[in-house]
Write a protein that binds this ligand. Structure first.
Ligand code: GDP
Ligand code: MG
Length: 691
């Protein structure tokens, strides 16, 4: 009977939007599919006392300008889709900064409710927020919530119903002060007269025009000469002269003034609680002396844990797949179908699923760093390093996300204001070794290095990636993407003890993506690679005189994939690689995990059936082409060479041209070849790592 109510959730990143969303809709999903970024809009339905709510989780934003993609997405949704209510989820423990967005929503004159989330944290810090006063000062309803404990959710929905039925709009206007106000009023009148504001609030349009907002300028002025543009330009110049600042800055200052004033009235802080532990930790963690060592220690710890804790469950899964493959071998008659199942599908997909424990632990470690607030400290600590390579600290977060997956890392560059910074960050993001490459390292390091050094070997690969990224950023910054780097104020959100549930939800979703990838792209690719490795069959006469093992190898090299591998082998020979490694590297273009699955398929076709329980690692050890040095050179190559097609596609999408992904492919392959060449030839000269 009642029309469904559309509710949009807006708010700063990490204010708890997703948690509120999950509480309301019961959908246990994270905004966006990737670590650290909210790219997609998530929708859910909620029923409450006979009313239906459509809940939309908007991207996390600090403001609503036209300068960043996420802000535009959120703003356009609110303006164009006209949700019945916008719930602004604010972090009450960090109220002033969070209310900036609220001021923008109030100005937009849409129905707003402020969810004073993380009220528990604010209270623990000794801050008492008088919701009634705050509501009166801001002219919108304010509801206290603790999303993690589901507190205040009913109140939020009841308020939404009230706002909709009573058609409540913000009751307060932000006053821009004596100097600016007359100009804003005049311009507002002129906007009204032009009739071009559509369903937008004319005062908001006037403010946005003064802020030089590209989208609003386009819509309201376009190519029409209605005197507005002239007026806007003249006013901007006038403001600059009178106030001594750009109009944008002058307007933002007044907004902050409004917020600070409101907070001073509504918030009281216990005296003794001011010495908060967050500051205490920060003096150590971000100190000049200890900041970097602590950062590297944490990274090292993270990778060591991922490797050691992940090893036992990895072995169980390995054993399970070996058993499965054995069953197929005993239950089915020999033939192409058995080979497809045992070698193609179980060998390929199994090889990838084996690493689920490691991937899970890696994502869990990243989620812990993110949710606790340490990520932002890491960015702060590393800021001066980033400046040295011509980027700022903010670029560091996309790069750190790159350790999980390059795709969201590229997307996370959207938070960077300068296009040049974005592109440099995107170009080096693939050098941050992604989770998909980890299985290859685990496989090779585990096979060719003693268990107590394998972790260090893997850490050295990650470190090499970072060093290469630094070098390449410097090169790009002084050649194709030269220019000034931007000043930037680093924000440090308060520390937070991550909730078990939050960590698990984030970790599981990312892990599930990995598993899904194994079930789709990698499954398809395993079947394709099996086919390419199995056909065409060599003429029977040509292999008659060979021993069974020799015959299998001859058949492999006669196959289509074998020929491709043989074709590129001359290029790879100086790196110590043979055609089999070549085939697996080609497969890695699709997804890095397929390097492992292809090796799995390759060696399982080449093996005698009765030794199918042998793990891939021991099989590799028996192949004379491999030794620790070749394994290390291959890890280096895998680290540096072309990111997977998904990453290339997202670079194309984010830069709007094929030029950049093409360039990434070219430069990474060249870099990989050179680095592996140096490792292999250098190692050989010194006599390292050979048998
Ligand atoms: P989003 O980026 O706005 O979607 O934020 P999330 O929903 O992912 O929440 C960020 C972190 O804050 C998570 O670790 C949540 O568990 C935690 N969190 C969310 N709401 C609350 C709250 O009311 N109190 C506390 N203490 N933590 C919260
Ligand atoms: Mg979120």
């Amino acid at each position: 009977m009642d029309e469904p109510i559309t509710v949009a959730l807006a708010g700063n990143p990490n204010s708890g939007k997703t948690t509120v969303f999950n509480r309301l809709t019961g959908a246990h999903q994270h905004v966006g599919n990737y670590p650290g970024v909210t790219v997609e809009k998530k929708e859910g339905v909620c029923r409450w006392y006979g009313r239906t709510f459509h809940v939309v989780d908007l991207p996390g934003t600090y403001s609503l300008t036209a300068n960043s993609l996420e802000e535009l997405v959120a703003r356009n949704y609110i303006i164009q889709q006209r949700p019945h209510v916008v719930i602004d989820v604010v972090d009450a423990s960090n109220l002033e900064r969070n209310l900036y967005l609220a001021s923008q929503l109030i100005e937009l004159d849409v129905p707003v409710i402020i969810a004073l989330n993380m009220a528990d944290l604010a209270e623990a810090q000794g801050k008492h927020i008088d919701t009634e006063t705050l509501s009166k000062l801001l002219g919108v309803p304010v509801v206290r919530t603790v999303a993690t404990k589901a507190e205040g959710m009913d109140d939020l929905l009841a308020t939404a119903v009230k706002v909709v039925t009573e058609d409540l709009r913000p009751q307060v206007q932000i006053h821009y002060g004596r100097e600016l106000e007359p100009h804003i009023e005049q311009l507002t009148e002129q906007v009204k007269a032009s009739g071009r504001a559509g369903n937008l609030n004319p005062r908001w349009v006037a403010v946005k025009l003064l802020e030089n907002d590209k989208q609003v300028l386009e819509q309201v002025i376009g190519d029409q000469d209605n005197g507005l543009l002239e007026r806007v330009l003249a006013t901007r110049i006038h403001i600059e002269q009178v106030v001594g600042d750009d109009a944008e800055i002058a307007l933002a200052d007044r907004r902050y003034g409004f917020i600070t004033g409101a907070c001073r009235e509504a918030v009281t802080t216990d005296q003794d609680a001011r010495l908060d532990w967050s500051d205490a930790i920060d003096t150590v963690v971000t100190s000049r002396l200890l900041g970097l060592p602590i950062f590297f220690l944490l990274l090292w710890l993270m990778f060591t844990l991922v490797f050691t804790l992940g090893a036992p469950p990895m072995e169980w899964i390995q054993a399970a797949f070996a058993w499965l493959s054995d069953q197929v071998h005993t239950l089915m008659p020999p033939g192409p179908l058995r080979s497809l199942l045992a070698d193609g599908i179980i060998g390929g997909v199994g090889g990838v699923l084996t690493f689920v424990p490691n991937i899970f632990l890696l994502f869990m470690a990243l989620a812990l760093l993110e949710d606790s607030g340490y990520m932002a400290r890491a960015a702060f600590v590393i800021d001066w390093v980033m400046h040295k390579i011509g980027l700022h600290g903010k670029s560091f977060i996309p790069l750190l996300i790159g350790f999980g997956c390059t795709v969201p890392a590229v997307m996370a560059t959207r938070t960077l204001a300068s296009r040049r910074d974005r592109i440099v960050t995107m170009l080096i993001a693939p050098l941050m070794s992604c989770g998909g490459r980890l299985p290859i390292y685990v496989l090779l390091a585990g096979a060719f290095f003693a268990p107590n050094v394998a972790g260090h070997v893997i850490f050295s690969i990650y470190l090499l990636g970072v060093i290469m990224a630094v070098i390449m950023a410097r090169i790009f910054r002084s050649t194709i993407l030269a220019g000034e780097s931007e000043p930037f104020v680093m924000e440090l959100p308060p520390y937070r003890i991550p909730t078990f549930r939050g960590i698990m939800v984030h970790t599981w979703e990312r892990t599930w993506m990995y598993i899904r990838k194994a079930g789709t792209i990698i499954l398809a690719f395993s079947v394709l690679m099996w086919f390419l490795l199995s056909y065409p069959k060599p003429p029977a006469a040509s292999i008659q005189s060979l021993s069974p093992a020799e015959a299998r190898t001859a058949a492999l090299s006669y196959s289509l994939a074998g020929r491709m591998g043989n074709f590129i082998e001359p290029i790879l020979r100086p790196l110590g690689f043979d055609w089999k490694i070549g085939v697996s590297l080609i497969a890695g273009f699709a997804a890095k995990e397929t390097v492992v699955s292809t090796l799995g398929t390759l060696y399982s076709i080449g093996e005698e059936s009765d030794s199918s329980t042998a793990t891939l690692q021991s099989t590799l050890r028996r192949d004379p082409v491999f030794n620790p040095l070749v394994a290390y050179a291959m890890m280096v190559f895998v680290l540096l060479y072309v990111p997977c097609v998904a990453a290339l596609a997202v670079i194309r999408q984010e830069t709007g041209s094929w030029r950049w992904p093409a360039f990434v492919t070219f430069y990474t392959c060249t870099l990989a070849w050179i680095a592996s060449f140096v490792v292999y030839q250098g190692g050989k000269l010194l006599g390292w790592g050979l048998y």
